[in-house]
Design a protein around this ligand. Structure first.
Ligand SMILES: C[S@@+](CC[C@H](N)C(=O)[O-])C[C@H]1O[C@@H](n2cnc3c(N)ncnc32)[C@H](O)[C@@H]1O
Length: 327
């Protein structure tokens, strides 16, 4: 039986999800790690090479080693400091975003039954993919804003997809997600497994890398989107490619969310260069960047009334940690 190989370096990134920390990947591949990693990379390169539509993605990966490293530990430390010094708890973040009136107000939370079922399904899948986004924040933001059109990047098990679809269910809102193929990993059948079949009607996954898939996702919403969540390629350049596309796709008053902004300075630079006002929400050792596109949200009251406090959970939710460990 394959024995998990110790982490070689925490600066390595998981080839499955792009997130830092290769522990889960090593557990997948076990001994002979380097050899198998090399083979996996070759398979992946071949897969992309055969598909001209994905050459932009491949090109970015190929030239990365020759470009200045904007994801180095120094950049990460700087980004972590930047995020930490600006972070507020979820309730306060929702207040700053004008989604609730006071930090004391309640906010809606994803049903514990849905979370439990999704947890069971993810465990049963037996495969290892990227951890969850901040589902409490996603659910509350989508629900309180009355969103009906959403795009996210990065699906994996589909925790964030579940949060979006559940929040928009009453209004029949649509979610389009982008997630790159997993050549040779055999994960495809399990992508989005957290989302129950009954909730998939208004969901479409573009199974392509961001560099190609994201524009396809945007094209599915000619009238623009109400909310965007970025949780795919965590590199600086990956974010700087996708952020402007998502930002442009947002309607006035639309909500922009980006997970794990402590990874590098992309979110900080993006909001700074464009002079966008922002909020940083802290959760379980990571940080989520949020911003509202200037302008009034069309055709709806500014936002639904905030729920009474008893209807919501507190930020330390009993059932759903801000980021699930990969199971
Ligand atoms: C952290 S996981 C997403 C977790 C998900 N948002 C959730 O809450 O469960 C990151 C995902 O991004 C995908 N990904 C990484 N790089 C990508 C790229 N360049 N284009 C598209 N998807 C990418 C990975 O395949 C992985 O499924």
């Amino acid at each position: 039986m394959a024995v998990p190989v110790p982490v070689r370096s925490m600066s390595q990134r998981c080839p499955a999800c792009g997130s830092a920390g290769i522990v889960t990947f090593c557990a997948l591949y076990g001994e002979k790690h380097s050899e198998r990693l090399f083979m996996a990379k070759m398979r992946s390169a071949l897969f992309y090479l055969r598909r001209p539509a994905y050459w932009a993605h491949l090109q970015q990966r190929a030239i990365k080693p020759f470009l200045p490293d904007l994801d180095s530990s120094a950049h990460r430390e700087k980004a972590l400091r930047w995020a930490r010094t600006r972070a507020v708890p979820l309730r306060e973040a929702l207040t700053q975003m004008k989604l609730i009136d006071e930090p004391g107000d309640g906010f809606p939370a994803l049903s514990p039954q849905l979370v439990q079922r999704a947890t069971r399904n993810a465990k049963r899948s037996g495969c290892i993919m990227g951890g969850a986004g901040h589902i409490d924040l996603i659910y509350a933001a989508a629900k309180l804003s009355g969103a009906t059109a959403a795009i996210e990047t990065g699906v994996a098990y589909g925790w964030s997809s579940l949060a979006f679809l559940a929040a928009m269910a009453e209004k029949g809102g649509r979610l389009v997600s982008v997630d790159r193929p997993y050549p040779g990993a055999g994960n495809e059948p399990f992508v989005g497994i957290a989302v129950p079949g009954a909730m998939r009607e208004n969901w479409h996954i573009v199974r392509e890398p961001d560099r190609h898939g994201l524009r396809k996702a945007v094209a599915r919403f000619p009238g623009g989107i109400d909310i965007a969540h970025y949780d795919s390629d965590k590199s600086y350049r990956g974010r700087m490619y996708a952020y402007p596309i998502l930002w442009a796709a947002l309607k006035p008053g639309g909500i922009f969310l980006s997970d794990d902004i402590q990874d590098n300075m992309a979110f900080a630079d993006f909001v700074d260069r464009r002079r966008i006002s922002f909020t940083v929400a802290a959760a379980a050792g990571k940080y989520v960047g949020m911003a509202i596109k200037p302008g009034a949200r069309e055709g709806s009251p500014a936002r639904p009334a905030a729920l009474p406090a008893r209807d919501s959970g507190d930020t330390s939710r009993q059932n759903a940690p801000a980021r699930f460990p990969a199971v």
